[in-house]
Design a protein around this ligand. Sequence first.
Ligand code: PLP
Length: 392
Amino acid sequence: MIDTNIFDKEIKRSGTSCIKWDFMTGGADPEKLLPFSIADSDWKTVPEVIDVLQERVAHGIFGYSAPGRGYYEALAHWYRQRHQVDLKKEWIVPTAGVVPSISLAVMLFTGQDDGVILQPPVYDPFYSVIEANHRKILCNDLKLTEEGYQMDYQDLEEKLRSGAKMLILCNPHNPVGRVWRREELEACAALCERYDAILVSDEIHGDLGLCRNAYFSVGRLEKYRDRMIICTAPSKTFNIAGLGVSNIIIPDERLRSAYSSWLQARYQTGSNLLGMLACQTAYEKGADWVDAELRYLSENYLFLREYFERRIPSGKVADLEGTYLAWIDFTSLKKSSDALCSLFSEKGVIVNSGAHYGANYDGFIRLNFACPRGQLERGLSAIETAVKEEVR
Ligand SMILES: Cc1ncc(COP(=O)(O)O)c(C=O)c1O
């Protein structure tokens, strides 16, 4: 069993063209900077991935490359072993990022001004890809209930009935941290079938079910495979987002061939050499490392939650089942999300503004806790001080 202490080590990331540590610094004093923003982790990837990349870099030839049989087998094995999804090699379309891949699905499978449904609060680039393709954003807001965030099926059905052509799911959901259950996904898929809409399921956080919550991929819903596009990537799980690699699973031959033909016609050959190599090795050799990472992340979440309950009760942390992104309701402070971000950045802490995830979420923040516990503790303590000074 891998020791979770490996995740405690603080590693300097500033000066590495790192968005979190070099660019999204909100004017904070570099000496005090504690960023908890963009969704990557502050620890090194799987040692075997580092070894394989080092070997390939030493080889020194970086010519045209393509994924081989081992690449597809590694991915299929991972999904079978960890998520009980039986992927066929030919369903997998390697691409260079989930967001551009969703954008392409919107462009290819909906028409100008068609409605595309999102479930706010939700990952903000979903809005931009719909707008950039000149489609209409239809918001099927999640409902906050005693049992946490839930989907509103009645509203979803109305939107589909009114002619929406696509639903973009976030599974697990960024930022509210829900890991959708089989019944919830089945209900969405059945509605998409009834109204002949495409179901895009962004499962980039799929490996990150925390506190023993297991993610359920829509790929397991065989009955609805003719209308689904599943977006996966090793980037969050193994912290290799900078290597630009993702895999889009399209079981239906007709949809897949439209998607692949578009890419081929434009010479878009998918991911790059180092990204492919890292992806294959991570899926082949990273299982124990991911188990240790999940233990560490679950402990970080419980630590954060307890910290808020005991020392920052004005911030309510949503029940989290997956992802490493805490969704925190600070509306009791009666401040906008941007004002909260400024307040915290004065103490060096950078978080994401809740308002970016949906119009109704001003006063919320999102906090990425995929970092060494010591760093998390210093960040929480700085937030606590900022809040105490504010309400004094
Ligand atoms: C739900 C979700 N989808 C996609 C992405 C980004 O994917 P990519 O970098 O592969 O475009 C993120 C990153 O935070 C995310 O949270």
